[in-house]
Design a protein around this ligand. Sequence first.
Ligand code: ADP
Ligand code: MG
Length: 271
Amino acid sequence: MTPLLQVRELRKAFGGVHAVEGVSFELGAGELLAMIGPNGAGKSTCFNMINGQLAPDAGSVLLDGREIAGRPPREIWQLGVGRTFQVAATWASMTVVENVQMALLSHHGALFRFWRRAASQHRDAALELLAAVGLRDRADEPCSTLAYGDVKTVELAIALANRPSLLLMDEPTAGMAPQERAALMQLTRGLVKERGIGVLFTEHSMDVVFAHADRIMVLARGRLIAQGAPALIRDDPKVREVYLGSGRLAHAGAAPGPVANAIVDAAGGRS
Ligand code: ADP
Ligand code: MG
């Protein structure tokens, strides 16, 4: 069976900076794959070549066997690649359910100027999505009244409205408290497993990565230095080396909270 996503020898340089230098990996439907690595390793550059924000210098990105590298973001989105943003991107003045309705309208190809007429459309589908992410009872509140963690959850519902086959989450939990991070990834995991969606995500909390990823890739200076099941990555000497050679990665997944988070902070903090 063809994997959902096949990335082959992806490369991107910015002037003299080789941000991504020959990255190859595969991702299956229903799989949660984490890409971790220190600040500047090339994670966002990889994500942006897959979602179309950046055209690769070389390499190939196959979605269901179809080449998408270098296509415009809108086209890639239409082919089923959804994404969430590092900074929450909802319309504060609209209600929670309207934000999701907008996404559904967009998925169905309606034009923005028909929004008023179409406002009543897709309400049931939007409410269903909100129920799936646990925000059904907040549906008619303006997004501006939600706590940050809830806004990020609305974003997840918005991403799902497009019925993606692949979901790219570049630091979906940035700015969230540790407990909120775990809850959002737990929710994401349940929803994508149910729907058979493949997820590629980055995340700074090693606790969250080790608890929620099926597989982990480690990127350093534009190259993959390891990939495998969390238990293998935890014990990989090259990976420990990258995380300051301290061996503290061994605690990730075992010790909750500050200890594992400290590894990441020490390794370069948030990007
Ligand atoms: P990460 O997401 O892992 O922190 P990035 O992909 O953002 O890493 O960055 C990888 C490298 O590419 C870094 O050295 C960064 O400074 C550089 N870089 C990223 N985007 C640009 C850009 N638009 N222009 C110039 N250099 C960039
Ligand atoms: Mg980044």
